[in-house]
Ligand binder design. Structure first.
Ligand SMILES: *Cc1c(COP(=O)(O)O)cnc(C)c1O
Length: 379
């Protein structure tokens, strides 16, 4: 197999056979001419069921995650919805990390629950608790997000895969924060990889999307069935933008990781800052696991303000080069207050996040400019 960056640029992306165009064409079409009834060219009949631009993206993503099949969707949550409805039935149960993305928790606790699918949050670092939680036969899914949002906890994917498989449960890994450049969960035993491609895979804050990637062909077939039957596919232009983004994923992630590492170290020294949460710091509680399963530590850094919530809000409002906004993973740096913004839907739940926490999505600007902005924002 060729290297990651080579696959990001070339997998599924041969020059167009009709014209030699180096970049795969953008197929903005809903339907396809048939050569006689049922005479499909390349299997294409209707763009919800299949579109060449989306297929190219799916081929490239499957290759980057070292899976056999990828399916892309209109958003990360649309991908998660198809996954959960494919594998869970009434009476089943989902065990999920206690700090999963707020939208994932909402989908599971508010949308799945009324259809009879239960859930149980656990601390994924407490392996005995995980073993106990997945033991009942009704546990269909063990859901792990690593690194997690916004607390940057890291879980041992290989160990969780063993625990899940011993109980006959699927291990799902939300790989949004790491991207396949830094971590490939299927190679560590995960059954399904989930992405919000809105984040690092898109990388330019201009396209919302999601993906599922699997190793098992039969599971891939079932997921692809609901992708078409429920229909929350991404459009061809969104797929084309993502293909453009994938080509630079490796160089972007290297710079995100380098900038975030510098910023995390700088924050450690700042008197107004309490805990700094970044898996690349040797003092991070899961640093060893991160170093074992990731090839870099990514661009997300969270930190707590010693003076509490008001101080955290003030930093978010004073920052200038860091834009105050939700989302993450773009080339530009963002700052936010998870308790009131991205994770507001987790308020009062076991997944509530501390109010003195600030989350940074560190972009690829010059790191000295980013440090100067944080310096003035922290006052
Ligand atoms: C954003 C995000 C999602 C949801 O994806 P959307 O594209 O917003 O639907 C899921 N998981 C993580 C870790 C995320 O950051």
């Amino acid at each position: 197999m060729t290297g990651f960056d080579t696959r990001a640029i070339h997998a599924g992306q041969d020059p167009d056979p009709a014209t030699g165009a180096v970049i795969p064409p953008l197929h903005l079409t809903t339907t396809y001419k048939q050569d006689g009834v049922g005479g499909l060219r390349g299997g294409y009949e209707y763009s919800r069921s299949g579109n060449p631009t989306r297929d190219t993206l799916q081929t490239a993503l499957a290759s980057l995650e070292q899976g056999t099949r990828a399916m892309t969707f209109a958003s990360g949550l649309a991908a998660e919805d198809v996954l959960l409805r494919t594998v869970c039935r009434p009476g089943d149960r989902i065990v999920l990390g206690g700090d999963a993305y707020g939208g994932t928790y909402r989908l599971i606790s508010k949308v799945q629950e009324p259809w009879g699918v239960g859930h149980l949050p656990v601390d994924l670092n407490d392996l005995d608790a995980v073993r106990e939680a997945v033991a009942p036969e009704t546990t269909r899914v063990l859901w792990c997000e690593t690194p997690s949002n916004p607390l940057l906890n890291v879980s041992d994917i290989a160990v969780l895969a063993e625990i899940a498989h011993a109980a006959g449960t699927l291990l799902v890994v939300d790989n949004t924060f790491a991207s396949p450049y830094l971590q490939q969960p299927l190679t560590l035993g995960a059954d399904v990889v989930v992405h919000s491609t809105t984040k690092y895979l898109g990388g330019h804050s201009d396209v919302v999307g999601g993906a599922l990637v699997v190793a098992d062909a039969e599971l891939g077939e079932r997921l692809a069935y609901l992708q078409n039957a429920a229909g929350a596919v991404n459009g061809p232009f969104d797929a084309w933008l993502l293909l453009r983004s994938l080509k630079t994923l490796g160089v972007r992630m290297d710079r995100h990781s380098a900038n975030a590492g510098r910023i995390a170290e700088w924050l450690l020294e700042h008197p107004a800052v309490g805990d700094v949460l970044y898996p690349g710091l040797p003092q991070h509680r899961n640093h060893e696991i991160a170093a074992k399963q990731m090839s870099g530590f990514g661009g997300m850094v969270s930190f707590r303000l010693r003076a509490g919530e008001e101080a955290a809000l003030r930093v978010c409002e004073r920052a200038q080069l860091f834009t105050l906004a939700e989302s993450l993973g773009g080339v530009e740096s963002l700052i936010e207050h998870p308790h009131r913004m991205t994770h507001a839907s987790a308020a009062g739940s076991p997944l509530e996040v501390p109010a003195d926490l600030v989350r940074l999505s560190v972009g690829i600007e010059d790191v000295d400019d980013l440090l100067a902005d944080l310096d003035q924002a922290l006052g």
